[in-house]
Design a protein around this ligand. Structure first.
Ligand SMILES: [Zn+2]
Length: 128
């Protein structure tokens, strides 16, 4: 049975909210998306201590109170919070995924890239 909730760690950038939420609903069948926002979340998540302090507690609320089984981490074009090349963003997503995998969340984690047109690309998925 599909969970009614899924979770997204997204940038605070207003351009990426709707495309990612729609992608996540289509991917997971969820009705509602719990959204955790930061400025440049892929940069933040790539740093273990910072990520744990700021974000892990909120992920657990979504998982434990809402039954979310899938989570997406977003990096995007023209990110003011993490102004680096796409290649560097993808490195940050990979590093973030390695850290999240150690948290034993029991969730599927999707790494997403949003391009300049709001297109959402699935970079990779891992089980944590
Ligand atoms: Zn951003």
């Amino acid at each position: 049975m599909k969970s009614k909730f899924a979770t997204v760690i997204n940038c605070m950038d207003g351009r990426v909210q709707d495309p990612v939420n729609e992608w996540m609903k289509a991917r997971t069948g969820a009705t509602f998306i719990d959204v955790i926002t930061e400025a440049g979340p892929d940069r933040i998540m790539a740093s273990t201590a910072t990520a744990s302090r700021l974000i892990l507690k909120r992920i657990l609320v979504s998982r434990d109170s809402h039954g979310s089984k899938e989570i997406a981490l977003v990096a995007h074009h023209d990110c003011a919070g993490n102004p680096v090349s796409k290649a560097k963003h993808l490195e940050h997503l990979v590093q973030s995924g390695k850290i999240m995998a150690t948290w034993s969340l029991g969730m599927t984690i999707h790494m997403l890239w949003v391009d300049k047109n709001g297109g959402v690309e699935l970079i990779s998925s891992i089980d944590s």
